[in-house]
Design a protein around this ligand. Structure first.
Ligand code: ZN
Length: 451
């Protein structure tokens, strides 16, 4: 068996990008089949399972020789579904897989078909070298991450933990490994924690009636006041150790003022008052704030059947995210305090979906190997354990007791607005970074799996 070439690696990614796996509805089957073919071609027969035929999941296992096996499995996981893309806003169509030599374009290039391709190429490269590995490696490609993991990793963990090695020790997944440029320095965040999810429905009741009469206290009017409060109020700070470490790592390199301000920003009594002045860039402020507190974003409204009657009941769905250590009930308490002055008792919260925050120790051999692999590539770069406001499949793998890291190595040039490409327009991956990422991942795994 020979190692995959650079052209084959690019073609694999392009093929995956050309398959439209927009979720909803997902329809990830064609992408899963494409990945299956890549493993079959090189002598591994993957297993494909799922609750819905059109939305399967794949695992491909590279087994260690039992006499050489010293650890529990390592999983490389990628989701193959993507968020919708508005074609009219893209320079190249979102499912074109257009390769202009500098970038490969397509919805999913970053989030996260690029990592699926990297993982497959890295594993097949190492297998072609004939190395003897010290633990099983399981490549997992899952569906349905973007809509909440129901048919993907959540289903796998609930129904088929056997395919995930039952007791995996580590998972490598998104989000991390890309370059963050700051004042001429390079950082590589590696995700060790992610916020929890609390998707809530707030229902408000009021007096129904004919809408030809004034109704200032209708359910609709009350709900709008409640939404205004939710959207415009900063919820209390819950600074976690994970958040503190993450912010401190950047502050340390940013000079004396940042170093001094950093600890103050974390204080629940001071931080919320000083953050506007301390961080002038709104996007940066939002990302710092998000890791310090629970957030609640009203996203979907329901209610009212006809234009000429006041409904007795209307509701808003709220995408709530929980800081480390927080629970859904904590968030409901915070929101209830916020809305009760405008709603009285005429409201209720329903939990639509919840998943607790997760965090993992960075004091592990794998984390040190990641640091080493990154530093071998960029001796001046700094690896920083990070807390991410979104959720990933790691929230499910955590239930298997695995230590999950977000490490999708991707060296980036300074002028690329990387953050805007997550779920944004013109998502694309730098070709050079893609190949460098494959090399970093391959080197990491080669070392970690043989020592
Ligand atoms: Zn993703």
């Amino acid at each position: 068996m020979t190692a995959p070439t650079k052209i084959e690696a690019e073609q694999l990614l392009i093929d995956l990008l050309q398959i439209d796996t927009t979720n909803p509805p997902g329809n990830e089957k064609a992408a899963i089949d494409r990945i299956a073919a890549e493993f079959q071609k090189r002598g591994i027969e993957p297993t494909i399972v799922g609750e819905i035929e059109e939305r399967p999941n794949l695992v491909a296992k590279w087994e260690a020789d039992p006499s050489n096996r010293t650890g529990c499995p390592l999983i490389l996981s990628s989701h193959v579904d993507v968020v919708p893309a508005d074609e009219t806003r893209w320079e190249h169509p979102p499912f074109s897989g257009h390769n202009d030599g500098t970038y490969i374009w397509g919805r999913g290039a970053i989030d996260m078909k690029g990592f699926a391709a990297m993982g497959i190429v890295a594993l097949n490269t190492l297998r072609s070298e004939g190395i003897s590995i010290n633990r099983d490696v399981i490549f997992a490609a899952v569906s349905d991450e973007e809509a909440g993991t129901r048919y993907g990793s959540r289903w796998m963990v609930d129904e088929r933990p056997d395919l995930l090695g039952n007791d995996p020790e580590y998972v490598i997944n998104e989000v991390g490994g890309f370059t963050v440029h700051k004042k001429g320095k390079r950082f590589y965040p590696v995700q060790v924690a992610e916020k929890g999810v609390a998707w809530l429905r707030l229902t408000v009741t009021g007096k129904p009636g004919h809408s030809s009469l004034p109704a200032q206290d209708s359910s609709v009017a009350k709900l709008s006041r409640a939404i205004d409060r939710i959207a415009s109020t900063r919820l209390p700070w819950h600074p976690s150790e994970e958040a503190a470490n993450f912010l401190a790592a950047f502050a340390e390199e940013e000079g004396a003022v940042a170093k001094k301000l950093g600890p103050l920003l974390l204080k629940p009594g001071i931080g919320p008052k000083m953050i506007d002045a301390a961080i002038s860039d709104p996007a940066r402020r939002a990302s710092v704030e998000a890791i310090l507190r629970n957030t609640a974003n009203p996203t979907r409204l329901t209610g009212g059947k006809t234009i000429n009657s006041v409904p007795a009941e209307v509701s808003v769905d709220i995408d709530g995210r929980l800081a480390p250590g927080q629970t859904t009930q904590d968030l409901i308490r915070e929101l209830s305090e916020l809305v009760s002055p405008v709603l009285g008792d005429g409201f209720s919260f329903e939990i639509l979906h919840e998943s607790p925050p997760v965090s993992f120790s960075s004091d592990t051999p794998l984390f040190r190997s990641i640091e080493q692999a990154m530093n071998d590539f960029d001796p001046d770069g700094r690896v920083v354990p990070s807390l991410v406001p979104g959720f990933t499949d790691s929230c499910n793998y955590a239930r298997l007791g695995a230590t999950c890291y977000g490490f999708y190595p991707l060296p980036l040039a300074e002028d690329l607005d990387f953050a805007s490409m997550f779920h944004g327009d013109n998502e694309r991956i730098p070709v050079e970074g893609f190949h460098q990422g494959i090399e970093i991942l391959t080197n990491l795994l080669r070392k970690f799996l043989t020592t």
